[in-house]
Structure formats: C-alpha cells, structure tokens
Design a protein around this ligand. Sequence first.
Ligand code: FAD
Length: 406
Amino acid sequence: MKYYDLIVIGAGPSGIFCSINTAYSNKKVLLVEKNNKIGKKLLIAGHGKCNLTNIGDIKSFLTKYGTANKFIKTSLNSFKPKDMIDWFEKHNLPLTLIEETGKYFPHTMKSLDVVNLLEKELKESGVEILLNSFISNISIDKNNNYLIEIENEIFNTKSLVISTGGASFPATGTTGDGYKYARQLDHTVIHPKPALAPIYVDNYNFTELSGISFKKVTIKLFRNNSLIAENIGDILFTHHNLSGPGIIDFSRYVLKGDILKINLIHVSREVFENNFLKEINLNGKKTIKNFLLSFTIPERFIKRFLELNSIIENKKISEISKLERTIICTLSQYEFKVTRVGDFSIAMATAGGVNLDEINSKTMESKLHKNLYFVGEVLNIDGDTGGYNVQAAFSTGYLAFKNIVK
Ligand SMILES: Cc1cc2nc3c(=O)[nH]c(=O)nc-3n(C[C@H](O)[C@H](O)[C@H](O)COP(=O)(O)OP(=O)(O)OC[C@H]3O[C@@H](n4cnc5c(N)ncnc54)[C@H](O)[C@@H]3O)c2cc1C
C-alpha cells in the first residue's frame, strides 16, 4: 500500500491547482486522472484560447453563479480574480484583457500554454501524477483514512479531493463519475443538467440566418405567464437554435415550454410605436426595411422577418396597415417557445452536482466526512460564460488546499 497526505481525483483546473499548492507545502500528493493527459477540457476552453477570468470586483462576480453565489463567496475571496492575474504573471504567462467583454486570456491566446504551465508546476512542486487510471473503489478505513483502489493496487490517504468535473463534454473525461463517488460517500447530488448550452425553440424559422447576432438585447424568461428571469446579453442565431452569451447564460434556468421574449429593437414597444407614427408623418415614403434598419437590426433578419409575415420590404411605411404595424411591434418582445436546452454533448457546463448544503463553504470540506473535499464543477456550481467557471475551479481548489495544509 502507498501512503499520501492527499489524493486528488481529476486533473482539471480545480484538482491541479489544489495539488500544486498542497505539494508546495511539503505534503505528499497524488493526482489521479483517467485520461492520458491532464487538463483536457481546459485545452478546449474559450475556443482553445482559455478564458481564465473576468474583470470586476467580487461583488460583481457573485452575481454570476445563480443560486450558488453565497456559497462561492469565501472561495472567491481566498483566491480572487486579481490573484489569478498575478499568479499567471508571476509564472511568466501574463494575461491579456479584452476590453469589450472583460475577459482575460493568456497573452499567447493559447490554452495549451496554460496547461503546459500547470504541468510544469505539478512537476516542480513534486505532485505524483497517475494518468490513464480509473478508480474501482473508494472506502474509509478504521483510522478514517481513505483507501483508493486502482487496478488492484490500494492507495491510502489522509485527505481526499474529488475534482472530477461535471457531465458536459463527456469526451473530455467528464462523465459524471464524481457524482457516483459522492453518493458512495453518503452525499446527495442535485440532478445534473446541461448549462451554458444553446436553446432550441418551436418553429425555428431562422436557419438561413445562421451567424447573425444582436448585441446587448434584453431577454426575458416566462413560465406560466410569470417572469422567471431577465438578462441583457448578445444573442446569436445558429443553424438549429439560439445561442450567444445572453442565451447560454440563461440556459440554467430554462425548461421545456418556457417562453423567451427578446427585445430585438433596444427600445420599449411604446417608444417604438411612437417613433413609427412620427416617422409615418415626417417620412411616409421611407420603406419599412429602411425604417427598421435605423434600429440596428441586421438587414438579413429584417428581410426574413418581413418575409415570414408577408410584408413587402419596400413597402412605404405610410402604407403599412394597423395589423402589420402590430406585427412589426412584436420585435420589442419577440417570442420563442422553448422545446429543449442543448444536451451534455454541447453544453459548456453542468447545472446540478454535489449538494452544497453538505459542503462547508469556508473550507470545501464535506460536512459528512472529515478530510473529504469536493472542488470545481462536480459541485452544484455553474457560472456564466466569461471565465467565471475556470475562476471558480481555481478558487475552490485553492480554498480546499488552505484547509488541507492547516
Ligand atoms: C467547450 C468548453 C469551453 C469552455 N470554455 C471556458 C472558458 O473559456 N472559461 C471558463 O471559465 N470556463 C470554460 N468552460 C468550463 C470550464 O472548462 C470548466 O468549468 C472547468 O474546466 C471545470 O474545472 P474542474 O476542475 O471542475 O474539472 P474539469 O476541467 O471538468 O476536469 C475534470 C477532470 O477529472 C477527470 N475525471 C473525471 N472522472 C474521473 C475519474 N473517475 N478518475 C480520474 N479522473 C477523472 C476528467 O477526465 C477531467 O480531466 C468551458 C467548457 C467547455 C466544455
């Protein structure tokens, strides 16, 4: 039997960062990964550029994690977004801020450089890494140490960190194993479902508009006629569904049958209708297409929208009937009925996971078993797009380390 101070299961950012910091504190650490390399999901993060964190203070970060915002506060304070920026700077991979979105990327814009740096740090800190390794059993011995069984070999550890990620993009290794381990260790798991995913809607008539986006539109989510959530963000029309940050950040809340109402014209219906009537008086010869273009709506969308409603694009606005005007005014709250959220194969995160009520948010330690920790996306934490998930992984991994070496 081999003995360790800490065994970490899962080499994503949370597990890696926890391992590195613990090993630098003179602890014997083993990191177990079932893939043939570490950080496979991190490699594809941010389209291969790796969006590591975002601009803003902790208060603004706390609005990005849905119902987990209170839970994650201590983690974020223990390793702040600024600490992330400093850590990479100190390790000769400074981050670059993209002003428009507030996102931070490595200045090389390569996820591979992030993973290579973490790999180098794992080596230098002395973490032992076991790749291609699958755990067949986890148990607790009479001394309250954890026994990890891998291919008939038993590894004994005082502390155990489960950092196996969620269930999205299973090809990267995240097939929900952590939920199984959590249940074996008496924890409950909030039903995992796809988050940060595109949304499919009924009668999607915009396939040929694929690639068209609207900037900073207001999106409202209604269920049984009640407003459930509201968001301002960019949306993207794709071949088969609605996507873009404004939509995918919303996906954690969405259920089949919900109604999305999107304001595509950036002004209220009243303002729009008043403008419409004013313009009819002042510029009645203007075409409806040109009138709509003044609301920064992409031309291809206008053409498709008018076509769908059998309105001729070159019709003079003075000739638009009352019924047609009512139809055009729906652009201020354009309705889509949700059929489903994109599945785990395309979702960038998992909503649901290990029940936060059973984890001490000040330490990341299980409330049910001493020296057992859960960090990163295996927990019921999912952030918005923009670097919030990688930041959560680093911060929760760091907080666990601080308690492990206490
Ligand atoms: C396409 C895509 C793009 C993304 N882009 C961004 C981005 O730019 N910015 C951002 O903030 N977030 C992004 N995310 C989300 C972010 O990558 C994750 O939230 C983050 O990687 C989670 O980190 P983690 O440490 O919890 O686990 P993960 O990174 O999910 O890693 C978990 C590891 O555990 C291993 N594992 C699982 N089960 C076992 C087992 N039984 N035994 C051993 N090992 C196991 C897995 O193989 C995996 O390597 C993206 C996600 C996707 C899918």
